[in-house]
Write a protein that binds this ligand. Sequence first.
Ligand SMILES: CC(C)(COP(=O)(O)OP(=O)(O)OC[C@H]1O[C@@H](n2cnc3c(N)ncnc32)[C@H](O)[C@@H]1OP(=O)(O)O)[C@@H](O)C(=O)NCCC(=O)NCCS
Length: 132
Amino acid sequence: MLSAWVAERRGRIVGHIALDAGKTDGSAAVWSDATGLPPERLAAITRLFVSLEGRGTGVGRALLDAACAEAAVRGLHPALDVVETNLDAIRLYERCGWRRVFTEPWRSAQDGKTLLHYYVAPPGETGRPSER
Ligand SMILES: CC(C)(COP(=O)(O)OP(=O)(O)OC[C@H]1O[C@@H](n2cnc3c(N)ncnc32)[C@H](O)[C@@H]1OP(=O)(O)O)[C@@H](O)C(=O)NCCC(=O)NCCS
């Protein structure tokens, strides 16, 4: 792990995100193919979650912004994977311009059907959310 953040509101932790070195992630080969970058130039966005009471107020977006800004400082391109059922997360990533580059069956799925989507941040950008 390169870095991690929590979001705090009125003294309570309401969210979390982490930035991992891309080369240590099993998804690196997919992201590399999609971006043309070697795994050591990638950073994986992981462990993003916001507590139920914290959702829908921009906390997730702020956490993503913080992680992508750190990736940019390190000269790394952000990438991530997300299970197809995490619809709120997929909306957030696509609203921020992230691009779905690959989909495959999720190996940890109990039902053998659930899909895993792979995303990369917009080319030439840090992956930070654009202004609304
Ligand atoms: C995905 C997740 C982190 C998003 O967190 P969040 O804090 O709710 O995200 P945001 O508030 O930035 O955006 C969520 C919605 O609130 C809206 N919003 C943001 N700021 C707002 C504001 N000030 N007023 C009103 N609405 C706002 C956004 O437009 C967005 O709407 P949409 O979903 O209809 O597009 C959260 O839903 C979550 O923890 N999900 C479960 C875990 C998960 O799936 N993690 C990702 C694994 S890859």
